[in-house]
Design a protein around this ligand. Sequence first.
Ligand SMILES: [Zn+2]
Length: 523
Amino acid sequence: MNRLAMYLRLSLEDKKTVPDDISGQKEESNSIGNQRKQILEYIHHDSELAKYEIMEFCDDGCSGTNMERPGMQKLLKEVKKNTIRCIIVKDMSRFSRDYIEIGTYLNQIFPFMGIRFIALNDHYDSREHQGSTIEIDTAFQTLLYDLYSKDVSVKVKASFENKCANGEYVFGQAPFGYEKSREVKNTVIVNEREADIVRHIFSLALEGKSSTQIAKQLYEEQIPTIMQIRKPGRKPQDGKLQTWSSQAVRTILNNRFYLGEMAYGKSVRKSVGSSSGRAVPREDWKVIPAHHEPLISEEIFEQVSAFQPGHSTKRNREKHPLTGRLYCGGCGYSLNYKPIRGKNKYRRFECRKHALLQIPDCCTYMNADLLEETVLFMLNKELMLRGNAMKQRENLYSFQKSSIHMLKKKLEEYRHEKKQIQAQKDALYERYALAKLPAAEYRSKAEKLTEKLSSLSAAEEKASGKLAGLEKEYQKAEEDMKQIIRYTHMEELTQEVVDAFIKRVYVYKGKRVEIEWNFRIFL
Ligand SMILES: [Zn+2]
């Protein structure tokens, strides 16, 4: 259905500033009527938009800090039904005041649903922003994307697949070496700057260099990394050098997209409502050949693949999502996965060197269910912490926190100082009472101290009022963070989850587990 949604919102704050409108002339610029007028005007001047059937969604007197608004909920319901092609708002902040929320919708949900989003006063039109994203960690984005899509009906998934089958490129970003075309929707074109690097990597691999050697050479040649090219504004963390990783090189060398092929259907949802997908074996992927301009010839690709170790897939062996990432904390060797078979009554992991080396610190074995549970628990906790920390950083909540801290310290200082002055006053009186101090001198000194005390009290009162306000604000921030937590609960340890978040898992004697995380850009 070709429907366009205009979303209007008036907050209580806006209402306060609307003057009593006796003449009917002096309308405040944010009034519902004005928002509607501005949007309709825009639609009528755009021949494409004018063809749409217009639906209006409105929230009168609702805050934009959460999505629990009746009009917004109606709109999102329509979005999920996939009846809306375009959403127009006057300002981004009309839609939501939550930075993360906006990012999620703009970068993930709307592109995924094929919805165009226009914010008039922000001069934002998603059509002109394809491929570029607001800075949110990609792993986190994927997560949000996954969790959102579980709500989306099968119908939508079908239309997504239909689009793929039609050869449309409906994924977030084009692979390195390509970019989304600005002229033709959902197609990719070669990005020459990136493509040169891709070709260079293949030519090095053709010389027989390993991915590690290639990564090293790229660094020596000062070839910018994917991140440096695609997110130039982003600063490397803790002053670390940004370098090509052998993993990034391998990903490029194994990507058949460079042959002009587009593959889709790489994962399926296990069931409606499940939070993550199951990986589909490569031979079952749907592939469209000659989908776009290739960067690499078939011969070169095959030749390079032959050099690449570890790509000969042993398909018959039962694979565990953690395979290849699990290590014995005692001896450092990898752990073997043993499925239920013969004498084995439960799935488990075993240190493969324990029998041979007889190192007492080896973890010997661990029940696979227990390990999965443990890893999942640790992952959820880590996601929660990082989610919180991210939210804090993005919204400068940490600033509030330090302000609260400083105010508390200041209050303590005031109280301490007051006590001291009171003590001075008492001492002064004692001297006067013992006739060690003339009355006139006592009075003038005592008066000064009293003045000091009352000015301190005033300062104290002011600071504690400010503190109360800040603490209330901070509490609100914390509620926002809880929203993030809601998003970051993984229920199953699938291959995708492991690949996205976990680098290595060490199992120690006594079943203690340590995890090396794979969060790339995060904090
Ligand atoms: Zn061991």
